[in-house]
Design a protein around this ligand. Structure first.
Ligand code: K1U
Ligand code: ZN
Length: 169
């Protein structure tokens, strides 16, 4: 099913996700819904927090063909490169806003996949950026929090105004 994506500044986006106890059919069903929702929204990643499910689950697909889904259950970054880069980021919970965020260029992530197997993924490029962005979501952090308070307030005002016009429409 396509799930509704929470929109900033919804307070639920700041809840901290809990670890998944067991990779069972309930979790696999959440994974399928999150992947459907991510592809429908044309995103390259989605964290469970964004669909109001507060468990440590992330899906990612950074492939051109949109046919290489990645599932990260209970992900943790076990190594960050010292080298960092500022890249333009967007967020499905902050529609229409793109701005520069500094991230490590490479990260190593330990995560469990849909079969319950634990793996370490060595990520670079857009995948490294996306992993860091998604894991922030699981900690209740949205990328606009890296921006200046002035920019963040302008974004809040803009999105709240958008929401009002949507409700009236
Ligand atoms: O809100 C999300 O987690 C999804 C987000 C992931 C992300 C994109 C870009 C940089 C970091 C994290 C998106 O997919 S935003 C929309 C999008 O499709 C996109 C934006 C910029 C570059 C590539 C894709
Ligand atoms: Zn996001």
């Amino acid at each position: 099913a396509i799930l509704p994506i929470l929109c900033y500044p919804d307070p639920r986006l700041h809840k901290v996700a809990k670890p998944v106890e067991a990779v069972d059919d309930r979790v696999r069903s959440i994974l399928d819904d999150m992947l459907a929702t991510m592809y429908d929204a044309n995103g390259i990643g989605l964290a469970a927090t964004q669909v109001d499910i507060h468990e440590r689950i992330v899906v990612i697909d950074v492939s051109e063909e949109r046919d290489q889904p990645m599932v990260l259950i209970n992900p943790e970054i076990i190594w960050y490169s010292d080298e960092k880069v500022v890249g333009d980021e967007g967020c499905l919970s902050v529609p229409g806003i793109y701005d520069g965020v500094e991230r490590s260029t490479q990260v190593h992530v330990r995560a469990t996949d849909r079969d319950g197997q634990s793996r370490v993924i060595e990520a670079d490029g857009l995948l490294a950026v996306c992993v860091q962005h998604e894991l922030d979501h699981l900690l209740g952090k949205v990328f606009v929090e890296y921006l200046s308070p002035l920019k963040r307030n302008r974004i809040k005002t803009k999105l709240l105004k958008q929401k009002k016009t949507e409700e009236r429409a």
